[in-house]
Structure formats: structure tokens, C-alpha cells
Design a protein around this ligand. Structure first.
Ligand code: BTN
Length: 253
């Protein structure tokens, strides 16, 4: 078995507080509730299956049983560092699977981890506020381990680590590597070093893209990212736009 985690999970988690569920609507909600109860920084909620997993921009996220990592980590960042959490998640995923020999690995702005243009992993950062006081944040990560997307609605857009590598993967080992990366990269959150490392893995820069934002679509060249991780787009009419949240699609023309 590659993806079901309870056996050996305690060893991978070390002394880290964690909660594991065979099935849960969303690990985000469990982690947010735990955060409100006082969960410490680094506490993790994991599930084998999510029945109402969610992604960015209110999209659903599928986690069928026995097929993927679905975890949410409680973090206690400074408010000024919140914009770095999506970068942290994507970079940690990329750095944790790179040593397995994944080819064509990259990050699509802001935080989709791709293999050969197909989505391996998605990241969702949410924050909990008490009025104007930040209580904490939850960093959710979904990483496809062994799903076969052939014939599904995600055929041609998603990929599993097993399919990318052409061999079975050890879900516990991937989880361990991911947690190691999250812990190590946490030290860089809020710094230019995190942005630099994330930027080096971006596949979006220099590409002609459509960026769907809440304010509408922008078409142009993805020129750069800034210290917050925002995307700077040069639109076809020459104007520059700073995009904090949106969905990027590469264009052929
Ligand atoms: C995205 O690409 O849109 C982000 C997907 C984030 C999915 C993860 S799976 C664990 C956690 N629980 C959720 O409901 N969502 C995140």
C-alpha cells in the first residue's frame, strides 16, 4: 500500500502534534478548529479521504481514499508574512519530490506544482482572525500520489507522483520529506531568500499568459514577481499590472 498512512505515521511525525482521519470533509476545517482551540505552530491534520476538499478560488479538490496526501498545517506567522505561505507550500512540495528524480518539475504561479505541465499538487493558505488580530494560518497541501486520472474529468490536467515517476511511491516517505522541507523553509518565510528559491522554480515567467482575476481576464507576458510573490504582467496594450490572486493559463499565441 502506498498511500494509506496510519501504519508508521507516528514515526514520521516524530513529536509533532497531529490528527489523522480516515475520512473528513476537509482538513482545512479541522485544522482551523484546532487552531482556534490553541494548536501549536507545526501541528498537522491529515486525512486519507476528503469528501468536501477545497482548492483556491472556491474550486473543489478531490481526495479519494488511498490515493493522495491531504494535509493542513497550523502556522503562526506574522501578518506581514501571510503572502509567503503559498510560496512556502509550493516550494516545499517541489523540493520534497525533486530528489525522487521527477523530470519537468516546476511551479506555476502562484502555487501549483506541475510535472510536464500537469498538476501534481495544489496549495491553499487560509488565515484565522480575531477582529484585526491574526490568530494564525493554515497551510493546506494536496499531493497526488497514486491516482489514475485516465478518463476522469482531470485527465490531461492532473498527474500523480506514481505516474510521473513510472513506479510506486512510498506515501510516508513523501510525507516525511515534505514536512522536513516545510520546517526548514519556514525559517525563510518573510525573507527575500524564500522568494528567490520559489522564483527559481517558476515556469510562468517570460510566458504569454491569460490571468483570470476577480476583476476579469488579463492577457500579456508574465514579466516578474515581487517580494510578496505578486505577479507583474505586461498586458498587450503595454500597461503593467500587479496581480496578487488569480489563475494563470499559458497561451500558445
Ligand atoms: C488548489 O490547487 O486549488 C489548492 C488545493 C489544496 C488542496 C488541499 S488538500 C488538503 C487541504 N484540505 C482541503 O480541503 N484543501 C487543501
Amino acid at each position: 500500500m502506498t498511500a494509506r498512512l496510519p501504519n508508521g505515521l507516528a514515526a514520521v511525525m516524530g513529536g509533532r502534534p497531529y490528527r489523522w482521519y480516515p475520512s473528513v470533509p476537509s482538513t482545512m476545517d479541522e485544522a482551523r478548529a484546532w487552531l482556534r482551540e490553541g494548536a501549536p505552530h507545526g501541528a498537522v491534520v491529515l486525512a486519507d479521504e476528503q469528501t468536501a476538499g477545497r482548492g483556491r478560488l472556491n474550486r473543489p479538490w478531490q481526495t479519494p481514499p488511498g490515493s493522495a496526501l491531504a494535509l493542513s498545517m497550523v502556522l503562526r506567522p506574522q501578518p506581514s508574512a501571510l503572502t509567503h505561505l503559498p510560496l512556502l507550500g509550493a516550494l516545499a512540495v517541489a523540493e520534497s519530490v525533486a530528489p525522487l528524480g521527477v523530470t519537468g518539475l516546476g511551479i506555476k504561479w502562484p502555487n501549483d506544482v506541475l510535472v510536464g505541465g500537469l498538476k501534481l499538487s495544489g496549495v491553499l493558505a487560509e488565515s484565522e482572525w480575531d477582529g484585526s488580530t491574526l490568530r494564525g494560518a493554515v497551510l493546506g497541501i494536496g499531493l497526488n500520489l497514486s491516482q489514475d486520472f485516465t478518463g476522469s474529468d482531470l485527465d490531461g490536467t492532473a498527474v500523480s507522483l506514481q505516474a510521473a515517476l513510472g513506479r510506486p511511491v512510498d506515501g510516508l516517505a513523501v510525507l516525511g520529506a515534505l514536512l522536513t522541507q516545510l520546517d526548514a523553509l519556514w525559517a525563510l518565510v518573510g525573507s527575500a531568500a524564500l522568494v528567490k528559491a520559489w522564483r527559481a522554480r517558476l515556469v510562468t515567467l517570460g510566458q504569454r499568459v491569460t490571468v483570470s482575476t476577480p476583476a476579469g481576464d488579463l492577457i500579456g507576458v508574465a514579466e516578474d514577481v515581487d517580494a510578496d510573490g505578486a505577479l507583474w504582467l505586461r498586458a498587450d496594450n503595454g500597461t503593467r499590472h500587479r496581480v496578487m490572486a488569480g489563475d494563470v493559463r499559458l497561451r500558445s499565441t
